[in-house]
Ligand binder design. Structure first.
Ligand code: GUN
Length: 282
């Protein structure tokens, strides 16, 4: 039986520590979220982020723009938040409606307030091995691996999916931690063969139960970033029931990676507030 990597418990522990740190700091950090349109899933994620802010003592401001908002109007909002001295972190919820140029919007965020880590400058620094803010989901996964003392240095890590929010920054973080990293994607020739070599397998493709028992090496650590609906149930990319006995450790869905994303966002926002307070003193 494998170890269940309990992201819910780990995130609650970290949020409790963070709450104490914030209370003792004399700071009142503030996160601004920007949501365009009324996608129910995005609205739910943003609500969860505001709730976590409240839990730890971070103030939050929600900016809501209509579904037909232009790129210019979203960029203008972001620039106003950049100038607002009370705001420490800015998160633009993705995806945005098609007419909005997400790249331009993300590029408009002040990199010092980019607590989501999506700005090209922050991505670049991450890939140079000196991250400032790195994306919350992969950073949360690194925290979870550390919490369970899973060795990363020298491990063969295989990531499925090359997205900008998970696959690519995950590769950089694992490489920075001295893993030997492979990124697999839709054009990978023999996916099963690549996966079978993984000591650490991270799947982030959004396909329910795509990773089967046959693809997993005995004793592998399996991280499931997928959140998919299957027959009215939330399931991951990994066929959890089939894989859990062969893996040495595995994240459940829900309750694995998801809560770690939010805890990391809170930690990044507090870090931004501390750095901005230091800058004011210097
Ligand atoms: N959409 C789904 N997850 C996320 C996230 O972590 N950050 C942003 N900005 N958008 C998302």
């Amino acid at each position: 039986m494998s170890t269940i990597l309990d992201g819910k418990k780990t995130s609650e522990k970290r949020l409790a520590i963070l709450k104490e740190e914030i209370a003792g700091s004399g700071l009142r950090p503030h996160l601004a979220t920007v949501i365009v349109g009324n996608d129910p899933a995005s609205q739910m994620y943003v609500r969860m982020k505001h709730k976590a802010c409240e839990q730890v003592g971070i103030g939050s401001v929600g900016v809501e723009l209509p579904a037909d908002a232009s790129t210019r109007s979203v960029v203008d909002k972001v620039r106003a938040l950049n100038r607002d001295g009370t705001i420490d972190g800015i998160l633009v919820q993705l995806p945005m409606p098609q007419q909005v140029d997400a790249e331009r919007v993300i590029g408009a965020i002040d990199p010092n307030k980019d607590v989501d880590g999506y700005h090209p400058e922050n991505m670049g620094n991450l890939f140079l091995g000196r991250p400032r803010f790195s994306s919350c989901t992969p950073t949360g996964i690194m925290t979870l691996l550390a919490e369970y003392q899973i060795p990363v240095a020298g491990a063969r890590a295989v990531i499925v999916g090359r997205s900008i929010d998970v696959g690519r920054p995950m590769a950089a973080l694992l490489l920075n931690a001295d893993a030997t990293v492979t990124i697999c994607h839709s054009k990978t020739k023999d996916l099963a063969e690549e996966l079978k070599r993984a000591d650490i397998l991270v799947s982030a493709i959004g396909k329910p139960h795509f990773i089967t028992r046959e693809m997993v090496k005995e004793g592998a650590v399996v991280i499931d970033v997928g959140i998919n609906q299957l027959e009215g149930k939330l399931v991951g990319d990994v066929d959890f029931e089939a894989v859990k006995d062969i893996a040495s450790a595995i994240t459940p869905v829900p309750g694995g990676v998801g809560p770690m994303t939010i805890a990391t966002l809170m930690e990044n926002t507090f870090r931004s507030a501390k750095e901005r307070a230091c800058d004011r003193v210097l």
